[in-house]
Design a protein around this ligand. Structure first.
Ligand SMILES: C[S@@+](CC[C@H](N)C(=O)[O-])C[C@H]1O[C@@H](n2cnc3c(N)ncnc32)[C@H](O)[C@@H]1O
Length: 247
């Protein structure tokens, strides 16, 4: 039985204060450029693990986005932000939509694939939904080679509520294929009282070679592309671009 993460369930309504869509503008512009560099005709994009739809908020201006997530609470949030996008409840390891897209996108949600088997299942889902000649773009938070334990903090003030968080990235399985992110949240409610929540997320960690081997096994030809969002810590983007053959 998999443990439910409260961030994407009971705390989902706080997500816009944790990471507003405006934070994703630059990042989304990089993904848009990469999709169009491969095929300027790219129009339909399937996103697996789309969460509150922050990247989709920017990408939908150029692409017809179909958004899949296994949390009904996160889908509801994304639906408010992206009413013009198609939303589908599903698990990226098993969902089958019986149609193909010009491109498939898996952003940071891929980190929830914590075993080789689950990662291969998610990549297989991407493969079966990608048209011949289409592209998969995956952005894992880390490769084993780029992993760095550390802390981040943030949060924002809304009109009537506010949130602050501390995120602690820990190497809890040295040499293994997972790491842990511990979250602490301070929630300031409408009447001003503050509560504290915490959440533990187990995330997958695979080497660059393991990624490339798995992509090849599923049927893609993959490459690693590095992009950066700026000078700050954790602003390097680990991107995998993979192409499905035309056959
Ligand atoms: C950090 S959020 C994604 C945010 C997204 N990148 C954006 O641009 O807003 C991670 C999402 O992955 C989803 N997720 C985790 N495991 C999943 C799975 N097996 N299938 C589908 N969605 C999954 C969670 O429900 C959560 O909404």
């Amino acid at each position: 039985m998999e443990r439910e993460m409260s961030l994407y369930r009971s705390l989902a309504e706080w997500m816009p204060l944790l990471t507003p869509a405006s934070n994703y503008r630059l990042e989304a512009s990089i993904y848009r450029r990469l999709f169009l560099a491969h095929d300027p005709q790219t129009r339909t994009v399937l996103e697996l693990g789309s969460g509150g739809g922050n990247n989709a908020y920017h990408l939908k201006r150029r692409f017809a986005m179909t958004l899949v997530d296994h949390s009904p609470d996160m889908l509801a949030l994304s639906q408010q932000q992206n009413p013009e996008c198609e939303h589908i409840l599903g698990d990226m390891r098993t969902v089958r939509l019986d149609r193909r897209f010009d491109a498939v996108f898996i952003h940071d949600a891929i980190a929830y694939m914590t075993t080789h088997e689950d990662l291969e299942r998610a990549l297989t889902t991407a493969y079966v939904h990608c048209k011949p000649g289409g592209q998969l773009l995956v952005q894992p938070d880390f490769f084993r080679e780029t992993f760095r334990p550390g802390t981040r903090h943030g949060g924002t003030d809304g009109p009537d509520r506010a949130m602050r968080y501390l995120m602690w990235i820990r190497d809890t399985e040295p040499g293994g294929c997972t790491y842990t992110t511990e979250f602490a949240f301070l929630l300031s409610h409408v009447d001003g009282h503050v509560t504290v929540e915490r959440d533990t997320h187990t995330m997958g960690l695979f080497s660059e070679q393991q990624w490339l081997d798995l992509l090849a096994r599923v049927g893609f030809v993959g490459e690693i592309v590095g992009e950066t969002l700026g000078e700050e810590e954790y602003s390097h983007l680990n991107i995998l671009l993979a192409r499905k053959c035309h056959c």
